[in-house]
Design a protein around this ligand. Structure first.
Ligand code: SF4
Ligand code: SF4
Length: 153
């Protein structure tokens, strides 16, 4: 053992250096840990997260015209929707819409394809579920959006 190493060992230099680093970062101004979920992180403006099927805020009716363009544009083919023709108005009306978020890569091609801005990838990022079935969002879930637990301390 070299003399330098001997003195470092005897006088616990490594330990003291380590403690020095610890105490240098003790002041709260140096703490950079995000206190999630009590404090929500700031999301980047162009972040693409949870899908949302937008509705008319006044009537509550879906903006989706059931054109199927989003489903065709999706490279993962995870959007499945169905519609039926309204015999009075002769317009197609959306009946079901499912979106499997477990297979989504959030590329945004579906929202770009939507001609009426009905489908949108929002800044909601809490997508976890306890089951695989929970990752398949139906029309109601897509219209209402996720409802994550808000914790308070
Ligand atoms: S974001 Fe991409 S992968 Fe996800 S549903 Fe839309 S087109 Fe498909
Ligand atoms: S592209 Fe838009 S309007 Fe067409 S089916 Fe998809 S969400 Fe509905």
């Amino acid at each position: 053992m070299s003399l330098r190493k001997f003195f470092r060992t005897v006088f616990l230099v490594d330990l003291l250096e380590g403690l020095g680093v610890t105490f240098r970062y003790q002041p709260t101004k140096n703490v950079c840990t995000e206190q999630y979920p009590a404090e929500r992180p700031k999301i980047a403006e162009r972040f693409r997260g949870a899908p949302r099927l937008n509705t008319n805020p006044e009537t509550g009716e879906t903006l989706c015209i059931a054109c199927n363009l989003c489903a065709v544009a999706c490279p993962e083919q995870l959007i499945v929707l169905a519609s039926e023709r309204n015999e009075k108005t002769r317009r197609k009306e959306l009946t079901t819409f499912t979106f499997d978020i477990s297979r989504c890569m959030f590329c945004g091609l579906c929202e770009d394809a939507c001609p009426v801005d009905a489908l949108e990838l929002t800044q909601d990022f809490e997508l976890a579920s306890y089951t695989r079935e929970g990752a398949i969002w139906d029309r109601q879930m897509l219209e209402e959006g996720p409802k994550p637990t808000r914790y308070k301390y």
